[in-house]
Structure formats: C-alpha cells, structure tokens
Design a protein around this ligand. Structure first.
Ligand code: GUN
Ligand code: ZN
Length: 428
C-alpha cells in the first residue's frame, strides 16, 4: 500500500446544491491496487499504516484527476486559430486537418500528441470526439489502452455538407461504429460513444443508423454538438421544418442519461426541459465559445431547469487541454453575463472540472473526488518555487483562496504529478 501525504482539495458535495469545498491539510490518502482504502489526518493515518510507503506531496495541493467531457483528438495540432466563427473555422481550419487522418501514420502521430497533452494537463478521464476514419479511431483506442487512461470515444459520422473525404453512408456508419464498439467498449478503461458530428452534417437516415448502434451495442455513450452558434441554428431550423436541435437527437433515440451534448449556448427553455427529462448532460466549453464568438453560456438556466453541466476543452476550437483554464473562463463568462450569470466560486470550478464530469460520464462511482472507495486518479499542483502561483499558494488566506489561485494561474507546467488508478503517468 502507498500513503500520499498532501493537502487534499475535492468536491464530493455538489456546490450547485449547497455543498462546499472539502479541504484537508496534512492529510494521508492510502491507496491499494489503485483504490483509495483510507484517508484522514496524516499523523493518525500513518500510525495505522506503519508499513506503507509514503509519497511526500506536502507542498502545493492534491486534486482529483480532471475530467474533460468534450475534446476532439484530431484537432490537437490546430489549436489557436483565431478570428473565425464556427462554420468558417470548420471549413478552413478543423476539417482540412481532420481529412489528413485518413493516413494511418499521421493519425497515430496525432493520437500520441493528443494523449501526451491530456496527461500533461492532468486530464485522467475524457469523452473524446474521434476521427471520421475507423482506423484512426482504432489507433486512438489502442494507444489510450496502453496508457491506461479513461477514454470514451467513437467514430465521427456525417453524410452531408462536409468535404467529401469525411462523408460516409448510414450503412457504413452503422457497420464501422458497431465493429469498433464491439472491439473497444468495456476493454480496460475504454468505452464507446456513438458520435454523429452535428445535426447539420447528418441526414435523418444517418441519425437513425446512430440510434441503431446505441440499441445494438448496449451501454455505449452518445455525444454530439448542439445549439453552438446562431448561423448553424438558423440553418438547422430551415432544414428540419422547425424541429429543434435537441429534438433532432431525441427523435432518433440519441438522448438519454448516457448522452453528452457540447455547447448549448443558445437553447430554448423547451429544449432545456427535454434535456433535463432525459437526464442528458451538457459539456460547457468556455474558451471555445469565446474564441469562435459563439456566445456566453446560460449556466443559470441550465442549473435552474435541472440540466447536468460539466466542462469540456473543445480543443481545437478551445485554446488548450487544461481544465484549469476552462474553469477560469467559465467563471469569466458568468461574470460577463451580469445579473443573468451565476456567481461561481473556486469550489464550483473544481466541481465542474472533476466530479460534475464524472457524473456526466457515468464514472462517479469510480472517480471525481478522492473519497475512500474511489480510484486514485489525482493531480498534484506543485508550481516551480518562486513562481507567481507558488507565491500565491503560500500566501493564500484560506483553502478556497488557494484553489481560486490555482484556477487563476495554474497551467500544465505547474502539475508535478498525475496518477490514474494509482499509476503515476506524469512526473516521477
Ligand atoms: N460542430 C461540428 N463540429 C464541430 C467542431 O469540430 N468543433 C466545434 N466547436 N463545433 C463543431
Ligand atoms: Zn466540439
């Protein structure tokens, strides 16, 4: 058994429903076969486990591993393109790069770059938008499996509007998706997600095929985009005779507890009610929403109408793989909404980046906080001595202030250790 000595911050009680930050300084977390078997004040816990190895993480803070509920692996090499709204950015930046993943060697390199980036950023669980090519998705799964990361992903499917190389047919989408789901869903820490790109690029027949995969591969997840940008929403209203964006997914059997839809910046109240009734989750992607000028996310309306919300980086429209940055930007967006915004605390940001993601991905019995019984997926924030974050942490007036400082200043370079199920995947 291994005992980790640290200041531990996590959010087992949801701050959106009255919970507060759980902060334990000089705590011990005892881990056996990757699972947390005890935790408590260091002195007494260490006395009860005298034979355990002690890993000293006393400076800085220990957080749960981050959960990214929306990120595109084929876009990791095109992060940071500025100045375009969604549909132009897709045409000129994202889709040309995604077409390159037809080449298996290129796709393997991208998958490695992406998985390296996740680990660097402290992301231990993610719902990953795959590629339009089955071989590239297969490569991502096999490389994620080797690293032991908790990855849910799938073949991205579309049969209209996008450039030709990225299009498929409903029959082929069904066959390839089902084969990948049968191969990978439940293998190690991997799971499959049926992934129609967005309603705009999918015919009804294709969405039906996606619904059939959900039925024929029980337990798989489903992910897509929804209500991201005004121009896209207007085109969808024209195409589908007024059927709403959310209804398009519902009508094809794609909306339930295992569905995560990204963005939802411009929902109607009726759409929010459908999402809440179905138990679907929304991945809020604040840097992407700002970069593409998609809009300010109406978090208050989601929370008040009972829709689950977690965080996604939405790389490559999002500006990096760090959920610390997304947390800060989520805070900024709510501030900019004025009275319509939610006043988020650091505890809300940590919850959004960890336990809310675990709930959205159905992993909350395994990860999301550092309670006894959970897997030891953890991030050690220990900035370089003398850095601004180090100074801020050493002078923080409270644990909540320390956590706010981590969100304000923390970057992947400040993460000195990352663990998945007790295996150290960064620093060490
Ligand atoms: N809608 C359809 N595809 C995409 C994508 O790749 N990124 C974002 N942000 N929105 C999308
Ligand atoms: Zn996206």
């Amino acid at each position: 058994m291994t005992l980790y000595r640290a200041t531990v911050l996590d959010t087992p009680a949801d701050p959106f429903t009255g919970g507060t930050l759980r902060a334990e300084s000089d705590a011990a977390v005892v881990v056996r076969h990757g699972v947390i078997v005890a935790r408590g004040p260091y002195a007494e816990t260490a006395a009860a486990h005298p034979d355990d190895d002690v890993v000293h993480l006393e400076s800085g803070v220990l957080l749960p591993g981050f959960v990214d509920t929306h990120v595109h692996f084929p876009q990791v090499r095109v992060i940071g393109s500025l100045g375009m709204p969604l549909l132009d950015w897709l045409e000129h930046v994202a889709l040309p790069e995604e077409a390159r993943l037809a080449d298996a060697a290129y796709a393997a390199g991208v998958a490695d770059d992406f998985l390296d980036g996740l680990v660097e950023a402290g992301t231990t669980s993610a719902l990953v938008f795959g590629a339009h090519f089955a071989d590239a998705v297969d490569t991502l799964f096999s490389r994620a499996d080797r690293r032991g990361l908790r990855i849910t992903s799938g073949l991205v499917t579309s049969d209209r509007i996008l450039r030709d190389e990225l299009l498929t047919t409903p029959e082929r989408a069904y066959d390839e998706s089902l084969a990948l789901a049968r191969r990978w869903h439940g293998t190690g820490r991997l799971r499959y997600a049926v992934t129609p790109r967005f309603s705009l690029s999918c015919s009804s027949a294709l969405l039906d095929a996606c619904g059939s995969v959900v039925k024929d591969a029980p337990g798989v997840w489903c992910t897509s985009h929804v209500n991201e940008n005004d121009a896209e929403i207007a085109q969808i209203a024209n195409l589908f005779d007024g059927t709403s964006y959310v209804e398009m997914y519902e009508q094809h059997g794609l909306l339930d507890r295992r569905t995560v839809l990204a963005h939802n910046v411009h929902p109607t109240d009726a759409e929010l009610d459908v999402l809440a009734a179905r138990g679907a989750s929304v991945a809020h992607c604040p840097t992407s929403n700002a970069a593409l000028a998609s809009g300010l996310f109406p978090m208050r309306r989601h929370v008040e109408r009972g829709v689950r919300v977690a965080l996604g980086t939405d790389v490559g429209a999002g500006t990096g793989l760090s959920l610390l940055k997304e947390g800060l930007q989520a805070y900024f967006a709510q501030q900019l909404l004025g009275p319509a915004g939610l006043r988020l605390t650091a505890a809300h940001l940590l919850h959004l980046a960890t336990s809310a993601g675990a709930v959205a991905l159905g992993l909350v019995d395994q990860v999301g906080d550092l309670s006894v019984g959970k897997q030891f997926d953890a991030v050690w924030v220990r900035p370089p001595a003398g850095s601004t974050l180090d100074v801020g942490l050493r002078h923080a007036a409270s644990d909540d202030d320390a956590l706010a400082t981590v969100f304000a200043l923390g970057t992947p370079a400040d993460l000195a250790g990352v663990w998945v199920a007790g295996d150290r995947v960064k620093g060490g």
